[in-house]
Write a protein that binds this ligand. Structure first.
Ligand code: KIV
Ligand code: ZN
Length: 512
């Protein structure tokens, strides 16, 4: 039997440290549920000492998940560990993840501590965490740039104090695969009690080597991989879950290890993360990018028709990609929609289904083929959004080569209809100016991005905006076959999210 590699997903913690990736509590819960379905072994749900919002999100997730281990991050201090335990104690399998830096550069400039002091702090933190739970992970921050023998000494002491997992991070993404694999071998052979713990690795992607380093570490004996969906994370991101898992799945001769991941949930999870965070997946991203299974060259297409294995090393279905599959038409009923959404991973309540069904019918009237990506956009728009203060009721835009772009807009604000018109430099600018006038919005537009969800000129356009008002930051999303309408919807969605944050200061504290 192949050896097991544990998948520790930190999308909700390190992933959320991606610039602009903040998620609210409801979104975190939704993602945690999806990660459980995907089959990850451990979900690092957050850093409870960081903010009240993080604490609440972690404890909500801990109370909800049925099988998966839930980890809370804590610095090597009693206060942090108390906070982490407070947040995760209701989990079926809680894990305290405590860390301290071990590299000389971090000791000298950041911690201003000696090696002896760090060793003592690591031991005390693990012992204290152990007084709450048997499931304790210890990380040596900046481990890859630490003195090898000091690293092994700290790991040995942490295991002796009760750590069941010791994690070796390449915090700044500095390692080279051969070197990192060699370091893992060194740790395995120079930490006398390593057999009593699982050795884990946590890589960052500053040199684009996070996946390669993680694979080298697994080959050398590491048995836990810390990863994020789509590789999001601090700076250039973390090791991507889908790449590591599919490397093991596709090359068992070289990597005879197994994971608990149900690979067909990879693509839906990737889409969910992108939709929630607003971070678009680059088209050429391995496994989950829009072009990952697209064959452009004639020779390739010819080969694919003769035998897909000529140019495809994985089947798209294996990762849950049924791209642009014709799913439903305008005559499809609620039952068909419900069961198809279920197959896609969305188990909706009756109330949620009503919303999605109405939007689906609206779209099916405009667009002949409604495909999975369209449905996903409808679900995100319809049920992943927060309470609506502002509702876009009507939008009419005039633009062209000889007219000044003008928008007429009708909106409901707290249920009361208002209308107005305004000009702009282009049709989207005109719509935004008018919406801002009607709502009194003072937010600044930090980011605006458009992408087409499906192929063809009738494709759904998806717009993401990032708004800032008085230090609060909110993402807005909108999808529609009409790109100007999608832009207006995204703006209104962003304004609603800002309103939500104004009245939920706990969640707002996460977004600053
Ligand atoms: O990159 C890092 O070192 C971390 C630790 C907290 C594990 O994220
Ligand atoms: Zn990290």
């Amino acid at each position: 039997m192949s050896e097991r590699v544990y998948i520790f997903d930190t999308t909700l913690r390190d992933g959320e440290q991606s610039p602009g990736a903040s998620m609210n509590a409801a979104e975190k819960m939704r993602l945690a549920t999806q990660l459980e379905k995907l089959g990850v072994d451990i979900i690092e749900a957050g850093f409870p000492a960081a903010s009240e919002g993080d604490f609440k999100a972690v404890s909500g997730i801990a109370g909800k998940l049925k099988n998966t281990q839930v980890a809370g991050l804590a610095r090597a201090s009693k206060a942090d560990i108390d906070r982490a335990w407070g947040a995760i104690q209701l989990a079926v399998k809680p894990r305290i993840h405590t860390f301290i830096a071990t590299s000389d550069i971090h000791l000298k400039y950041k911690l201003k501590m000696t090696r002896e002091e760090v060793l003592k702090a690591a031991i005390e933190a693990v012992r204290y965490a152990k007084s709450f739970t048997d499931n304790v992970e210890f990380s040596s921050e900046d481990g890859s740039r630490s003195d090898r023998d000091f690293l092994c000494k700290v790991f040995e002491a942490a295991i002796e104090a009760g750590a069941t997992v010791v994690n070796l991070p390449d915090t700044v993404g500095y390692a080279i695969p051969e070197e990192f694999g060699d370091l893992v071998k060194y740790v395995m052979t120079h930490t006398p009690n390593i057999g009593k713990a699982v050795l884990s690795v946590h890589c960052h992607n500053d040199l684009g080597l996070a996946t390669a380093n993680t694979i080298a570490a697994i080959s050398a004996g590491a048995r836990q991989a810390e990863v994020t969906i789509n590789g999001i994370g601090e700076r250039a991101g973390n090791t991507s879950l889908e790449e590591v898992v599919m490397a093991m799945h596709t090359r068992p001769n070289f990597l005879p290890m197994s994971t608990n991941i149900l690979t067909e949930h990879i693509y839906p999870t990737s889409r969910l993360v992108s939709m929630i965070t607003g971070i678009i997946v680059q088209p050429n991203k391995a496994i989950v990018g829009a072009n990952a299974f697209a064959h452009e060259a004639g020779i390739h297409q010819d080969g694919m028709l003769k035998n897909p294995m000529t140019y495809e090393i994985m089947k798209p279905e294996t990762v849950g990609l049924n791209r642009n599959q014709l799913v439903l038409g305008k005559h499809s009923g609620r039952h068909a929609l419900r069961s198809h959404l279920k197959e896609m991973g969305y188990d909706l309540s009756d109330e949620e289904l009503n919303i999605v069904f109405a939007k689906f019918k609206e779209l099916a009237d405009k667009k002949k083929h409604v495909v999975d990506d369209d449905l996903e956009a409808i679900v995100t728009e319809g049920i992943l959004r927060t309470s609506e203060v502002f509702l876009l009721e009507y939008l009419h835009v005039i633009s062209g080569t000889t007219v000044m772009p003008m928008a007429s807009v009708q909106m409901a604000i707290h249920g009361r209809s208002v209308k107005g018109a305004g000009y702009g430099n282009g049709p989207i600018d005109a719509a935004y100016n008018t919406i801002a006038k009607l709502t009194g919005a003072e937010s600044e537009l930090l980011r605006f991005s458009v992408s087409a969800l499906t192929g063809g000129t009738d494709a759904m356009g998806e717009v993401t905006v990032r708004l800032r008002e008085n230090g609060l930051i909110a993402l807005g999303k909108g999808a529609d076959p009409d790109i100007i309408t999608a832009s207006a919807k995204a703006y209104v969605n962003g304004l609603n999210r800002l309103e939500y944050l104004k009245t939920h200061p706990v969640e707002a504290s996460q977004t600053m």
